[in-house]
Design a protein around this ligand. Structure first.
Ligand code: ATP
Length: 240
């Protein structure tokens, strides 16, 4: 793969107080690539995404678009175009759909009219968000809330999204449409994606490359297709 590297992680460690969770993770996401990070509950997947976003105590090398972001605060990382869609969506139930969207632009330097233009664009992209723009987010279905969480992340005009279990709690058909949305964002806007997923089969289907994390360390990595086709590896690490 000759595409330039967008995100490079080198020997990353992370902890919550005395609890060490990542023990030296290294990985790479090329420009325009879709990478999936698989692994069991508690392996450290969410912690890795939070560490990349500046939301947990971390040490080690992280470069994004050639810049060292390993010590930067989260808002600065968002401004660089690396944006997290958190596990459980992180939408605010009592705010309207449109208010939730606008929050996504908060860390950026966007003007009021730029924010309005972005939010119009996203409501065109996700018509359901446009139809429900003045409703409380808490009234949306799980799939709609996931779309809102993705839309809110897009408000920061990212180059790369970090998605933490976008399928969590969603019915299979809804999960499928969330993944179709992700594929479209990748294909039409060239967005790079790093996706954490329990649904290995589905996520390997849209990914170029995959990493498997176990107890805070990368155990396996390779082209998504080769991992999908390796039955022994699937059984050992992915449970299907
Ligand atoms: P899951 O799919 O369950 O979210 P995960 O692979 O994302 O799994 P993490 O959420 O990163 O795993 O958790 C990794 C380890 O860190 C677990 O042992 C977990 O108990 C611990 N951990 C997570 N959050 C905290 C926290 N806020 N304080 C202390 N320990 C934590």
């Amino acid at each position: 793969d000759s595409a330039p590297t967008l995100l490079e992680v080198n020997d990353l460690h992370a902890r919550y107080g005395d609890a060490r969770v990542l023990h030296g993770v290294s990985l790479r996401v090329a420009e325009g690539e879709v990478v999936v990070l698989l692994g069991a509950n508690g392996a450290g997947k969410s912690t890795l995404l939070k560490a990349l976003s500046g939301l947990v105590d971390r040490s080690g090398g992280v470069t994004f678009d050639g810049a060292d972001i390993s010590g930067e605060p989260s808002a600065r990382i968002v401004r660089r175009g690396l944006v997290l869609v958190p596990e459980g969506r992180g939408t605010f139930a009592d705010l309207t759909v449109e208010e939730n969207l606008r929050l996504g632009a908060y860390p950026t330097a966007a003007t009021r009219s730029e924010v309005a233009a972005s939010s119009d664009e996203i409501m065109t992209m996700f018509p359901i968000l446009g139809e429900r723009s003045t409703q409380r987010a808490g009234l949306l279905s799980g799939g709609e809330q996931q779309m809102l969480a993705i839309g809110r992340a897009l408000m920061a005009r990212p180059r790369m999204l970090l998605l933490d279990e976008p399928s969590l709690g969603l019915a299979p058909a809804v999960t499928k449409s969330v993944f179709e949305t992700l594929r479209t964002l990748h294909e039409e806007r060239g967005l790079s994606l790093l996706i954490v997923e329990q649904n290995a089969e589905l996520s390997l289907g849209i990914a170029d490359y995959a990493y498997v994390i176990e107890a805070g360390l990368i155990r396996v990595d390779g082209p998504a297709r080769s991992i999908r086709d390796n039955e022994g590896l699937r059984r050992a690490y992915l449970g299907y």
